[in-house]
Design a protein around this ligand. Structure first.
Ligand SMILES: Cc1cc2nc3c(=O)[nH]c(=O)nc-3n(C[C@H](O)[C@H](O)[C@H](O)COP(=O)(O)OP(=O)(O)OC[C@H]3O[C@@H](n4cnc5c(N)ncnc54)[C@H](O)[C@@H]3O)c2cc1C
Length: 413
């Protein structure tokens, strides 16, 4: 009986999960992980501030899938095979219990990503998965009997199955080494980035958080609600990161020239805000707005908006003219900020784009053009918002591919 070989390209979360799953489910399979650098699982190590945000405590497939701006329908199918509950169970049964934080993010109870790395490495050894470090794959050539995998130093490996799990690339040109496979590539654009408003006066409030803001992109239906953080360069926080992910393609199209409209205090509309101020003018006319922050917003933000509306700290509610009230309502409920470009391409946690999903069977992660070639993790055109979704995608796609490879290799033995 011929021993079949699986070559996994990329020693990240998706590559490890595929390799371990395939080797565990078919111990007769020869499994090799090939990694370009001298270290594996480096993103696992740094993610979640060194704690590794393994997954998210979301237990409804529809709901979970909706957190992926690209790939929602595709990943939903895969979740039926390996979901968050399976991730939790997988790690728990191997001695790594996970805990859930208030916002739903799940981390190892030990609070360090090393617990995940140790677990994956132990499984790799247990299932005799070989590791070739410092080997960059430069070409994959399909043939009648499988694939020839070529390293940068011209060494070659023969493989019956190949798993491509080499992470995201920021430019189409970086997919050039796969050109002979003729795969469609969805153009990479940044996702999960903060918004830059250099020299905006609001930046003086850096560190201030509006805990329930609604942020919209003018001229689109794109919006996001949640905590918003003012930084020394502009805006960040969960509401902004989520919006940047869902708007990633639209914002790239306009070269990051766009206007955001912010409702800082999502409890009010402009109309209900004006009504509230009218009632204060009648019922608490002698009180000063500077001491009368009724919005629940941080006082520094409230004071800033009063200044923007031309209301100085000598004014009482009764002194406010309609024009001031309307201006303040606009500042609190529909504050506009114009972004003129994006300064950095470094801060993103993930890249949108990659191997087009039309190339991949979501039930197996196998290439539709090249049977025996599989994909996992960020190299595909799937990306999630922050909160553990990108790792869940890596575990799910790695598992689905590994299982299918085990089935296929076992069936032919
Ligand atoms: C700073 C940071 C923090 C993050 N925090 C979180 C978080 O908290 N939660 C979350 O869910 N996600 C987070 N992410 C995203 C998450 O880390 C990735 O989505 C996930 O690691 C992708 O796994 P992967 O296996 O697809 O790719 P990777 O982890 O990128 O692994 C790919 C591997 O392939 C290797 N490789 C590439 N090309 C070749 C080649 N030609 N030959 C051989 N090897 C090759 C690379 O060196 C790399 O080791 C974070 C990302 C970053 C950068």
């Amino acid at each position: 009986m011929d021993q079949k070989t699986l070559v996994v390209i990329g020693g990240g979360a998706a590559g490890f999960f595929c390799a371990i799953t395939a080797a565990r489910l078919n111990p007769g399979l020869d499994v090799i992980i090939v990694e370009r650098t001298g270290k594996v699982l480096q993103k696992v190590k740094v993610s979640g501030g060194g704690r590794c945000n393994v997954t998210h405590a979301c237990f409804e497939i529809e709901d979970m899938a909706s957190r992926y701006p690209r790939g929602e329908r595709f990943i939903k199918k895969a979740f039926y095979q390996f979901f968050t509950t399976d991730t939790i169970e997988w790690f728990q049964s191997r001695g790594v219990a996970l805990k859930t934080e208030g916002d739903g993010r799940m981390f190892p109870q030990a609070n360090t990503s090393q617990a995940i790395i140790d677990c994956l490495t132990a499984e790799q050894h247990r299932h005799h998965v070989a590791l070739h470090l410092n080997k960059a794959v430069e070409k994959i050539v399909p043939s009648a009997n499988g694939f020839t995998v070529q390293y940068a130093n011209n060494e070659i490996l023969q493989a019956d199955f190949v798993m491509l799990a080499c992470g995201g690339f920021q430019k189409v040109a970086q997919f050039g080494w796969l050109a002979n496979l003729n795969l469609k590539i969805a153009e990479p654009v940044p996702s999960l980035f903060t918004f830059n408003f250099p020299k905006h006066p609001l930046n003086n409030l850096m560190g201030v958080v509006a805990s329930d803001a609604l942020v919209k992109i003018a001229g689109t239906k794109l919006s996001s609600q949640g905590p918003l953080l003012i930084t020394h360069w502009g805006l960040s926080g969960p509401a902004i990161l989520r919006l940047s992910a869902f708007a990633a393609r639209d914002l790239a199209k306009v070269d990051y020239h766009f206007t955001v409209i912010i409702n800082w205090s999502h409890g009010y509309t402009e109309q209900s805000f004006v009504q509230k101020v009218q009632s204060l003018r009648s019922n608490a006319g002698n009180q000063k707005p500077v001491n009368g922050n009724f919005t629940g917003l941080p006082s520094r933000l409230w004071e800033f908006m009063l200044v923007q509306a031309g209301i100085d700290d000598t004014k009482r509610w009764a002194d406010l003219q309609s024009v001031m009230v309307n201006k303040l309502a606009k500042c609190i409920c529909a504050y506009e900020m114009k972004a003129d470009g994006k300064t950095t391409f470094k801060e993103e946690f993930v890249t949108a784009g990659g191997i087009a999903l039309s190339e991949i069977d979501a039930n197996t992660m196998m290439s539709k053009q090249h049977p025996g070639l599989y994909f996992g993790g960020e190299i595909m055109d799937v990306d999630g918002i922050t909160g553990g979704y990108n790792f869940q995608h890596a575990w799910t796609s790695g598992y689905v591919a590994g299982k299918h490879i085990a089935d296929e290799s076992g069936a032919s033995m």
